[in-house]
Design a protein around this ligand. Structure first.
Ligand code: C2E
Ligand code: CA
Ligand code: CA
Length: 643
């Protein structure tokens, strides 16, 4: 029998070109790519073996029959394995995160069947054999190979259909098209065994897969030519899955905003590209990822105990200035975060969160210095998660308490007002300072619920006691900026006051000075509505933010609370005392009332009274007290005053 091998030769050429392209391109070392490489190598080997077997058949009798068997068996094995690998490839494409046992078995069983049937055929003659004239013949079970391959192709199509939402239309079509074309070619081969066309179809299909499913842009960035965040996550997933140790060194380019602003976005891009090539050049042993605009990561495939050293190396490398255009040089200060597995992280989420957390912290500290995000930031991250849970729990289980810190009037020498301060005590974490949990609640949005709970409690407290009896004129209630940005805030607060029969004059809302008063229309509306109803506003933490004196003139504040830090520096430093004195004078001239907080001793109280401050608040008078203790405090004070 004479065979038509021209198709096979064409297939070999096509596959060789593909192999060449594949090997000389940067490939993401994920499972999908590895399977593609396997598929390509397997098909290439099958085609070579096919051609070889035809040459051997031309000269029967000369070549020992064992060699005939060997070449043909390798051909059949590689050719039929292609469908199994292809099925596994489709599974990888469609299942990604959860490859089930049954899918693994669907690969293993046919693979074993092929090995056993083909491997033993020289003794059993079930698949192929050579007759007395040394002619190549099909055995009685040859059809099983076709059957298995066909089944694998059909199953691939079924999987692609089942998981059609995971892959796009293009990918779906490629899978279906391949399965049909290869199935057709196998059938043609069955009826026209002389025409060796099947490998040619496989080759054409591999080209299609290469062009459509193996799109490297998925994982590699066009501009920087390094891997992207998707690649980072997938690679980490692989490491965790195989429990392989690794080290991550992530860093963010400090000062990049400045480059973008001053030198322009184009130059910003040049820098990013320079950083990418700098990393490729200096860290050839690690995989490099561009996570976000200014964030890069290196993944080292081993556990490095000396994380600080790795970070220091990077920092050292960055000390050299980068050249943009001909003469502009910039030096970037990386914020560095190092992590390793198995000791520090347990999941991909852990890694991503720890990286983001460290960079946010570093940016908050704002000094542009290098920062090592190490175990501490992970511990801190976990504490944040715990506190977030604790907040949720307290919201739903009435866990928040309100403490009251009396405010002393220097004129009447009585405690005319009081500040309501939230308290959270967790069963496991113990006391959590509002300074710690309020900013988190603001980020999570739970501050809205907390604010409402606190205000209800304050109103309930006010309604139960006869405020007048103790001479309480009003209660100071802290409002978060996030609360002030809710359109419904004023109505909500008025509603609660009404519910407890509280007159709005009894409430003074404190808003911290760092709030951006200029830009927020809703904050303005809320303030105006509440002021019209009779409530007043105090500017909290005066002296710590960026406010200008114009805020004092333009904004409807009745009371200014000078921050404790301003008082404390004044007590230590004469020049700071001058500032405090002038601040107090200015506020008084504007006819606004002044509260100074953080008054810890008699000397402070005297100084402030002499300056003419209206109200004083601090540990010297009383720490914040629980409801009952506060009422007792007032009672005692009344008694001594009367006595
Ligand atoms: P803030 O409004 O500036 O409150 C004053 C803080 O100074 C309180 O801390 C108070 O206990 C403390 N303090 C008062 N006098 C002294 C003193 O003489 N010495 C010292 N060392 N500290 C003194 P606290 O209760 O831990 O509250 C911290 C911050 O948490 C508050 O600062 C406020 O910004 C926020 N916060 C507290 N309660 C609430 C609330 O109900 N809602 C909102 N949105 N924020 C709250
Ligand atoms: Ca306050
Ligand atoms: Ca303050």
């Amino acid at each position: 029998m004479t065979y038509v091998i021209e198709y096979d030769i064409a297939a070999v050429i096509i596959m060789a070109v593909l192999l060449f392209l594949y090997l000389f391109r940067r490939n993401f070392p994920g499972a999908q790519n590895k399977l593609f490489a396997w598929m390509l190598t397997d098909a290439f080997a099958a085609t070579i073996m096919d051609i070889l077997s035809v040459f051997l058949l031309k000269s029967p009798g000369i070549i020992p029959v064992a060699i005939h068997y060997f070449v043909n068996c390798v051909y059949l094995l590689t050719y039929n394995m292609a469908a199994v690998i292809y099925y596994r490839y489709v599974i990888e494409l469609t299942h990604k995160d959860e490859i089930r046992m049954v899918n693994q078995l669907i690969c293993i069983i046919p693979a074993c069947l092929h090995v056993i049937l083909i491997g033993t055929t020289c003794w059993t003659h079930w698949i192929i054999y050579f007759d007395a004239d040394n002619q190549y013949c099909h055995g009685p079970l040859f059809f099983v190979l076709y059957l298995v391959s066909m089944t694998m192709l059909v199953l691939s199509m079924v999987e692609a259909y089942r998981k059609r939402t995971v892959i796009d239309r293009h990918q779906r079509l490629t899978v279906v098209f391949f399965s049909i074309v290869v199935a057709a070619s196998v059938i043609i081969q069955m009826f026209f065994p002389r025409i060796l066309i099947a490998n040619f179809f496989v080759a054409i299909h591999l080209v299609l897969v290469y062009l459509s499913l193996q799109n490297p842009e998925h994982y590699i960035e066009n501009e920087t030519h390094v891997f992207n965040q998707r690649a980072f996550i997938e690679m980490l997933t692989g490491y965790f899955h195989n429990e392989k140790p690794f080290t991550v060194v992530a860093f963010s380019l400090g000062g990049f905003d400045y480059v973008n602003r001053v030198l322009g976005v184009q130059n910003g891009k040049i820098i990013i590209n320079q950083v990418a090539s700098f990393l490729r050049w200096n860290f050839p042993k690690s995989e490099i990822f561009h996570l976000q605009e200014t964030e890069f990561a290196l993944l080292l495939p081993y556990h490095d105990e000396n994380l600080t050293k790795v970070a220091r190396d990077i920092r050292h490398e960055f000390k050299r200035p980068m050249l943009i255009k001909d003469d502009i040089e910039v030096v970037m200060t990386p914020l560095i975060c190092t992590l390793s597995y198995p000791d520090m992280t347990q999941s991909v989420d852990d890694v991503m969160e720890a990286i983001q957390y460290s960079f946010n912290e570093a940016k908050k500290s704002g000094n542009g210095q290098m920062l090592y995000a190490d175990e501490n930031s992970l511990v801190q991250k976990r504490r944040e998660t715990d506190i977030t849970h604790s907040i949720e729990h307290a919201i739903h289980n009435d866990g928040f308490l309100v403490y009251y810190q009396p405010i002393f009037s220097t004129k009447t020498k009585t405690f005319e007002s009081v500040e309501a301060l939230v308290r959270l005590v967790d069963d496991e974490l113990g006391f959590i300072s509002p300074e710690e949990f309020i900013p988190m609640a603001e980020r999570e949005g739970t501050i809205l619920a907390i604010g409402e709970i606190i205000f209800e409690k304050v109103c309930r407290f006010l309604s139960g006691k006869q405020a007048d009896k103790f001479g309480i004129h009003y209660i100071e209630v802290n409002l978060s900026v996030v609360q002030c940005m809710q359109e419904s805030l004023a109505q909500q607060m008025l509603g609660i006051m009404k519910k407890y029969n509280i007159s709005p004059e009894q409430i003074n809302f404190e808003i911290t000075e760092t709030a951006n008063f200029d830009s927020d229309e809703i904050l303005w509306q809320n303030m105006n509505t509440l002021i019209k109803s009779g409530s007043a506003f105090s500017m909290d933490d005066y002296g710590t933010g960026f406010s200008t004196a114009s805020y004092l003139i333009d904004l409807p504040f009745k009371l200014i609370k000078i921050d404790k830090s301003i008082l404390w520096s004044a007590m230590k430093d004469d020049r700071a005392m001058v500032v405090l004195k002038h601040t107090v004078d200015m506020i008084k001239e504007l006819k606004l009332k002044i509260v100074v907080e953080g008054v810890e001793d008699q000397q402070m109280a005297d100084v402030l009274t002499d300056m003419g401050c209206d109200y004083l608040q601090g540990y010297h008078f009383s720490k914040p007290l629980p409801e009952m203790a506060y009422v007792e405090f007032l009672q005692n004070h009344l008694n001594t005053a009367e006595g």
